[in-house]
Write a protein that binds this ligand. Structure first.
Ligand SMILES: CC(C)(COP(=O)(O)OP(=O)(O)OC[C@H]1O[C@@H](n2cnc3c(N)ncnc32)[C@H](O)[C@@H]1OP(=O)(O)O)[C@@H](O)C(=O)NCCC(=O)NCCS
Length: 305
């Protein structure tokens, strides 16, 4: 099939299809499991009922009319592209940000990454908790009416490449010299839960990745913006989390707008005008008032040993 034809039929820029073609080459793909296996797999991945129903209705079965030859090509080659980087830990765009085809890429790679975990002696509970971030992301994206998906599909490639592990309250992304922390939306960020999770991570990586050597943890987040301390109580979970880190000097983040990211995580919408956002919590009021006054939020990086 001509790449330009595929791009035109999918309604995406030709460059994106050429990139998938180049990165995937003729590398092996992986099969999406049969639809009969869907209920058990989706439950295991913590996919909520409404998302599970939608995913099952759109399953790429052999005779599904929703799945044009072009879309099947994309599913196959995106899967190959992500699989080719098994063991990698950088952010990776799996292909054009079309609504949710990436879910099936993820499902196709569950067995592949599970075997990778097993080879490293990673306990089944960690595999399960890590991969269940799919359900959490789909639920958030539903709240965001699809606005979250382009970032999520790159994010979720980490899980199926063995680049990220959920250990208790936090997620840990392998890196060259440090491990990057991520904070899933999973209830309050209590100090005790963070302590327990960090302890788990300090034991996990030397045990399962003995050839990798880390100087400590890093984190990049809206949660590390010191301006938040002007608004939040000193004993709030966010303030206490922030105080654990040595906050590094401000650097303009590349390709990322901190105001947009803060709105993503505090309101789960990127487009609702400021004056229509809810003011239910002290944080929501802080974010709105700060922006309304013409100030900006910062995406900051911190270091933790
Ligand atoms: C990080 C997180 C778990 C912190 O929640 P928490 O433990 O409840 O935080 P705190 O106890 O410090 O909250 C202080 C205040 O801010 C509010 N608040 C905290 N996070 C909030 C959020 N994401 N949206 C709206 N309000 C929030 C709390 O309700 C509280 O206000 P209140 O006293 O008026 O109720 C939460 O913000 C969250 O789930 N965020 C989404 C994930 C995320 O941002 N990850 C980092 C990506 S870089």
């Amino acid at each position: 099939m001509e790449l330009e034809h595929i791009a035109a039929r999918l309604g995406v820029p030709a460059g994106e299809i050429e990139r998938v073609h180049r990165l995937a080459g003729d590398r092996p793909s992986a099969e999406v499991p049969p639809v009969s296996a869907a209920p058990a797999i989706l439950e295991r991945l913590a996919v909520r009922a409404d998302d599970a129903a939608e995913i099952q209705a759109g399953w790429p079965g052999a005779d599904s009319p929703l799945w044009t030859p072009e879309l099947r090509w994309l599913l196959d080659r995106s899967t190959a592209l992500v699989r080719a980087d098994l063991g990698g830990y950088g952010w990776l765009a799996p292909g054009p940000a079309l609504p949710r085809y990436f879910v099936y890429v993820y499902l196709a790679l569950v067995d592949v990454v599970t075997a990778y975990h097993r080879d490293r002696g990673i306990p089944g509970e960690v595999t399960r908790a890590t991969l269940a971030d799919l359900g959490r992301n789909l639920a958030v994206d539903r709240r965001m009416r699809g606005e979250g998906w382009p970032v999520m599909q790159s994010w979720l490639t980490l899980h199926v490449r063995g680049g990220l592990y959920e250990l208790g309250r936090l997620q840990y992304q392998r890196g060259d010299t440090t491990i990057d922390l991520h904070i899933p939306e999973a209830g309050p960020l209590t100090p005790a839960a963070i302590d327990a999770s960090l302890d788990e991570a300090r034991a996990f990586f030397p045990r399962h990745f003995p050839e990798e050597h880390y100087e400590g943890f890093t984190c990049g987040s809206w949660l590390l913006d010191p301006q938040l301390l002007d608004y939040l109580p000193a004993d709030s979970n966010i303030a206490r989390f922030q105080r654990r880190f040595e906050i590094l000097p401000y650097e303009e983040p590349e390709g990322l707008d901190a105001d947009v990211e803060t709105r993503r995580f505090v309101f789960r919408t990127l487009t609702t005008p400021l004056d229509q956002l809810p003011r239910d919590t002290v944080l929501q009021r802080a974010v709105i008032d700060h922006l309304t006054a013409g100030h900006h939020w910062q995406w900051r990086r911190g270091r933790l040993r």
